[in-house]
Design a protein around this ligand. Structure first.
Ligand code: FAQ
Length: 311
C-alpha cells in the first residue's frame, strides 16, 4: 500500500478523527474490522441460546418478561452489528454463511451450558459485565459506524448487567439452597467470563495493530484486570467466593491478581470442542432452515409491492 496514504491514514487516527465507510483505509484495517464486528454480531446471535433455555422455566411472569426483553435486545444488537459490518462492503449473507458453516468464531462463553436459573443472574452480572467492560472503550473505536453502534448497545448491556446482579442479590438474600445455586453459577461462569477478554497480551495476534489503529483502546489483559477489580468486591458484597484460590489483592499495585487461566480449555472451546459448540450451531442451523419461508415470503411481498408501485 502507498506509504503516503498509510501515513495520512495514521495521522487521522492519531488526531482522533473517525474513519467513515467511504474513506480510504488499509485493506488490513478493513479485514480486522469485518472480523471483529462480525464475530461480535455472531456472539450476540448465538448468545441468545443459553438464556433462551430458561424462558419457559423463569420463576415468575415478571422474570420471564425481563428475560425475554434481554434476549430480544441481543437479537437487536446482532442485527445492528451486521449492519455496521455491511458498511465495510461485505454482505450479511456472507457473514451468516461463515457462522453456519463453522468458519467464523463467536465468543467462547456461549459454549457453556446454563444448568440452573441462577445462571441467568451470573450471565447478566458476569457475561454482560465483561461485555460492557470491553465495549465502553469500543464507543471510541476509530471506525465511525462501529463506535456509534456501540453507544446503544452499551446502554442496553448496562441494564442487562444490573438485572443480572439483581437476580444474584435476590438469590443471595434467599434460602440456603438459593445461595448455593448462586455460588454454583459463579463457580461455573467465573473462568469462562475472564476468558472472554481473549488470550494474554503476549499471545494476542491482533492487539498490537488494533491498538495502533485505535480499533481496540485497551489490551486484553488490561480489560481483564479492570473487570476483575470491579467484580471481586461485588462478589464479596453478595457473600460469594470467587472460585480462584490464588486470587490476591496486591497492595502495591491496587489490583487483584488472578491465578492461572486454563488456556487448554480455551483452545478446545475455540476449536469447536467446548461443552455446547455442536448444540449451539445445530440449533442456529435449524432456526435458519425453519425461518426460510419467512424470508421468502417477505422477499415475495417486497417484490409485489415494488411491482404495484411501478404500475
Ligand atoms: N472467544 O488477537 P486476539 C456479547 C480469538 S459480548 C472466541 O486477542 P482480538 C454480549 C480472536 O477472535 C461477547 N474467540 O483477537 C452478550 C482471534 O481469532 P481470529 C462478544 C476469541 O480480536 C452478553 C484469536 O482468538 N464481544 O456477546 C476470544 O484482537 C450476554 C486471537 O485473539 C465482542 O466480540 C473469545 N473469548 O481480541 C450477549 C467484542 N478471544 O479472528 C448475550 C468485540 C479471542 O484471528 C448474553 N471483540 N478470540 O481467528 C473484541 O473486543 C475482540 O475481538 C476480543 C479479541 C477482545 C474478543
Amino acid at each position: 500500500e502507498d506509504p503516503d496514504r498509510l501515513a495520512a491514514f495514521q495521522a487521522r487516527i492519531d488526531a482522533e478523527e473517525k474513519i467513515e465507510p467511504n474513506d480510504w483505509m488499509p485493506a488490513q484495517y478493513r479485514r480486522t474490522l469485518v472480523r471483529q464486528i462480525s464475530q461480535h454480531a455472531h456472539s450476540e446471535v448465538i448468545g441468545m441460546q443459553p438464556e433462551g433455555n430458561w424462558v419457559t422455566r423463569a420463576p415468575t411472569l415478571a422474570r420471564k418478561a425481563q428475560l425475554l426483553a434481554k434476549i430480544q435486545d441481543e437479537a437487536g444488537h446482532g442485527l445492528y452489528l451486521y449492519s455496521a459490518a455491511e458498511t465495510l462492503g461485505v454482505t450479511r449473507e456472507a457473514l451468516y454463511d461463515q457462522l453456519l458453516s463453522g468458519r467464523a468464531k463467536y465468543s467462547s462463553i456461549f459454549n457453556y451450558p446454563t444448568l440452573n436459573y441462577a445462571d441467568m443472574g451470573a450471565i447478566g452480572w458476569l457475561v454482560d459485565g465483561a461485555a460492557i467492560m470491553n465495549q465502553i472503550p469500543l464507543c471510541r473505536c476509530s471506525y465511525g459506524p462501529y463506535a456509534r453502534a456501540m453507544i446503544l448497545v452499551c446502554k442496553e448491556e448496562s441494564f442487562h448487567q444490573r438485572q443480572g446482579y439483581a437476580i444474584m442479590v435476590a438469590m443471595c438474600r434467599g434460602s440456603a439452597e438459593q445461595r448455593a445455586m448462586a455460588q454454583d453459577a459463579l463457580n461455573r461462569f467465573w473462568q469462562p467470563s475472564i476468558m472472554m477478554f481473549g488470550p494474554h497480551d503476549s499471545n494476542s495476534t491482533h492487539s498490537e495493530l488494533s491498538m495502533k489503529w485505535k480499533i481496540k483502546r485497551f489490551t486484553n489483559d488490561g480489560l481483564r484486570r479492570k473487570f476483575i477489580d470491579a467484580t471481586v468486591p461485588q462478589a464479596h458484597s453478595l457473600g460469594l467466593t470467587i472460585p480462584d484460590p490464588d486470587l490476591r489483592f496486591n497492595e502495591a499495585t491496587g489490583h487483584w491478581e488472578h491465578g492461572a487461566i486454563d488456556w487448554d480449555e480455551f483452545a478446545r472451546v475455540l476449536g469447536g470442542d467446548g461443552p455446547c459448540n455442536r448444540q449451539r450451531l445445530k440449533h442456529r442451523r435449524a432456526a435458519e432452515a425453519e425461518g426460510a419461508w419467512v424470508r421468502e415470503a417477505a422477499a415475495a411481498y417486497a417484490a409485489k409491492r415494488r411491482g404495484a408501485n411501478e404500475r
